[in-house]
Design a protein around this ligand. Structure first.
Ligand code: GUN
Ligand code: FE
Length: 428
């Protein structure tokens, strides 16, 4: 078992006390929760008679992975060739999102997306629907029947997109209805979702801010400073604003439950303002490379105290797997002279992301009373991984080999809400 309780720091060795590693761990579940965690040799003595015990010898158990920014409605446009952000939106994304007005389609894609997430070891995500409320009803409903902890929201967009996607004045009313039906029910949460500044009027963004003021338990997700064409467009649309971030600040959208995807083109002043409000930037490395958006500056984030999380940003991202996201983050880091340690990576995917989303009372660690969401990783999943790992002498080396070489074949099982929800085909 490996589980992080706090930030391991930037060094080659984790800060003392930041993680727990049991070579002979026992994870004891009761219903949907973790009851106890400890050494098998000690804790097994107190197991009640007749309780089922599963043996995962030679496997590694970690908390379920968390993805702080992903679009379920873009699953089918992954790997769309040859465009950068604004053309990619117009040529591929907007036409695809039009399909989500249809309930049967939204339901089928919700289930396909959740199957893929669980196959990749991701148990919680903060998700964009389309602008159609039915896309969010279908998604919440699929999560509810699987008892998953998920955040999602209906995209708000009332300008600069095809008519079929614009919500106009009904966008806020539909959002209120979805919040009333789903927010805080079971393990579900609502994330207010203005797409980004160019596709919402000031009126719509102010109304979104009013929703957050009235209900502080809501989340907020949008995009910020991803692409240079986008920056020029925002400057043109909001000539009175000091910078891109102040467009969101003026609408009351920047707070401790706000996630801004990308944040590549920020200055230190903006980073400090995000830090002061406790907001986080979702670092989406495979998306940033795929769209040619730029290289996220992790060192500047650390220096200014700005929190960042790890995310796939499917369908611009190329990998649903948390391993794939960390691999891309390492590559982006290397290009900026900032190699990512495996400690930082796996802390980020689990406890770091949980904390930034204010979900660390529920998920992110293997600890008593938290929810039983975890992955069973198979370091012998492929012959290559197996060879490489057999040459590792430390846990840090093994985690780094996983981060660079593993994919969904290394996810042996995924458990969420105390139930095994994905089991790898054992015949492969
Ligand atoms: N900016 C506005 N919308 C989107 C989107 O769907 N994906 C990405 N990557 N950036 C965006
Ligand atoms: Fe995105």
């Amino acid at each position: 078992l490996v589980s992080f309780s706090r930030d391991p720091g930037d060094g080659d060795m984790p800060q003392p006390g930041s993680l727990e590693h049991y070579g002979d761990g026992l994870l004891w579940l009761k219903g949907q929760h973790i009851h106890a965690v400890g050494h098998f040799s000690e804790l097994s003595l107190s197991l009640p008679e007749g309780i089922p015990v599963y043996d995962y010898r030679d496997k590694l158990i970690m908390p379920g992975f968390i993805d702080t920014h992903v679009h379920y409605v873009q699953l089918d446009i992954m790997a769309s060739y040859g465009r950068q952000l604004l053309d990619w939106l117009n040529d591929y994304t907007f036409p695809e999102e039009c399909r989500f007005a249809n309930h049967a389609h939204a339901e089928a894609l919700s289930n396909a997306f959740l199957d893929e997430m669980l196959r990749a070891g991701t148990t919680t995500a903060q998700v964009f629907g389309s602008s159609h409320p039915v896309s969010v009803d279908a998604f919440f409903s699929a999560c509810k029947s699987r008892q998953l902890r998920m955040l999602v929201g209906k995209v708000l967009m009332d300008r600069n997109a095809p008519d079929a996607l614009l919500d106009g004045a009904t966008g806020i009313a539909d959002t209120e209805r979805l919040i009333a039906d789903w927010h805080g029910k079971q393990r579900l949460g609502y994330s207010v979702t203005p797409r980004f500044a160019p596709t919402s009027t000031k009126i719509q963004m102010d109304a979104a801010g009013a929703l957050l003021r009235n209900e502080p338990t809501l989340w907020l997700q949008t995009h910020l400073a991803e692409n240079s064409g986008e920056l020029d467009w925002v400057a043109e649309l909001f000539p009175g604003s000091r910078d891109y971030l102040s467009v969101y600040e003026d609408a009351g959208l920047v707070g401790p439950r706000s996630t801004f995807a990308h944040g590549i083109h920020l200055n230190n002043d903006m980073r400090k303002r995000l830090a002061e409000r406790g907001a986080n930037i979702a670092f989406c490395p495979s998306s940033n490379l795929f769209l040619g958006s730029g290289l996220f500056d992790r060192a500047a984030a650390k220096q200014t105290g700005m929190a960042f999380t790890f995310a796939s940003d499917i369908g611009a991202g190329t990998d649903l797997s948390g391993f794939g996201t960390l691999k891309a983050a390492y590559q982006v880091g290397q290009l900026g002279g900032q190699p990512l340690t495996a400690w930082q990576g796996f802390y980020g995917l689990t406890m770091g992301n949980a904390k930034a989303l204010s979900l660390d009372n529920h998920i992110g660690q293997l600890a008593p009373s938290l929810e039983a969401d975890f992955v069973v990783i198979d370091p012998q999943a492929t012959s290559l991984l197996s060879r490489r790992i057999s040459h590792c002498t430390t846990l840090g080396e093994r985690l780094f080999a996983l981060m660079m070489l593993a994919d969904d074949r290394a996810i042996y099982e995924t458990w969420a809400g105390g139930r095994c929800q994905h089991r790898r085909d054992r015949s492969q």
